[in-house]
Design a protein around this ligand. Sequence first.
Ligand code: PHE
Length: 460
Amino acid sequence: MPTERKSIHGQWSNRFAFILAATGSAVGLGNIWKFPYIAGENGGGAFVLVYLLCIAVIGIPIMMAEVLIGRRGRQSPINTMRTLAYEENASRHWHLLGWAGVVGGFLILSYYSVIAGWALAYVFRAGSGLFTGLTADGVQSIFSNLVDEPERLLAWHTIFMVMTMIIVARGVRSGLERAVRLLMPLLFVLLLLLVGYAWNSGAFHQGLDFLFQPDFSELTANGVLIAMGHAFFTLSLGMGAIMVYGSYLPDNASIAKTSIAVSLMDTLVALLAGMAIFPIVFANGLEPGAGPGLIFQTLPIAFGHMDGGAFFGMLFFVLLVFAAWTSAISLIEPAVAWMVENLGMTRIFASVTAGFTTWLVGLLTVFSFNIWSDLKPLAMIPVFAESTIFDLLDYLTANIMLPLGGLLIAVFAAWQMKRESSVDELAMGDGFFYRSWRILVRYITPVAVVIVFLNAIGII
Ligand code: PHE
């Protein structure tokens, strides 16, 4: 029996709108900025293989679990967990999972916004023709100029947070559907254009080999954890973003098909970004392991040497900002939905409160690229010897909080919820597909996550 619940925040107009919104959440800086740089730092091919494997066996089943929980509860993740825990006779502590997601969302958005600010800054740098004819050195100094200046980073971070709060205040549904429908395909086309440039860069094969030839001697246990963490990060899983979007999903939409569609699109975008970037890295003698600045130090070379590069460059960074924007709003939506439900706040007030808090935490990241760049708070732990505050925030959220959140979501959906509840909500019958999903979330994903954790801390 489907529940009669309705979300007080409204509903997507149809399944397609949800796919757009969830894709908007999933496709973001994670695909274009983060994936290439962590693949570069962790040796390429073998890392990419583990990441793809994690998307398939962990990511997709957990996305289904998250949407299923969200749609059944039809409230913010905190209240959804509370309601479902009650209905399923599970411990009332399950709502803490919703809280952990809210905290994770704040922390992620705090640094996400700073990086999105870099993309914003690059819209103007590209548009003014600054990249024309530049060499790798020139591009590097433009990047350093930006991140070395705390005031500049702060200004862009502030602008991006304000942009995000405006959309969240208006409600995630208005405008979002239309923007994503138009801009996502455009981003895709521009990525193809960049891959075309990389094709002619003289190092296309070298780039592809790096990305797709697994060399397992390059992969550490920590690298495996980073690959798995990224599968969660890039699909927006483990903190309630997809859950809250699922709570706006109409009753008749197929959860399995939508989850698979979103995951495929997300993965495709990441792989295209990698195929554009690594050939440029090798053709210009750059370092694949250059770190968070990687795309900002490679793509401008491509734009600086192609016809119409100023225009395409500007357009690319505009689209990157949009992609980041549609992800950012999903990072804060679980908190805002809860504030509206429980504190009786208006959406506007809730957005401003949440946005200001995030902005404040974002200062940690702003400073970790300049005045605090030598501060390595956990230097006594070998893996963190070189980690700045930004690196640690990223590690804590993407590699620990999201996989842990995802693990608990799987446990709730497959062990705490009654079988009938999930059969009913997934609405794909009780046959082969349902059973495979259930085996995956019941056994495979929890065990895989635990093994990767234990492996990374050196226990196995
Ligand atoms: N998936 C987004 C990206 O790849 C980031 C994100 C993580 C969004 C977690 C929501 C929740 O950029």
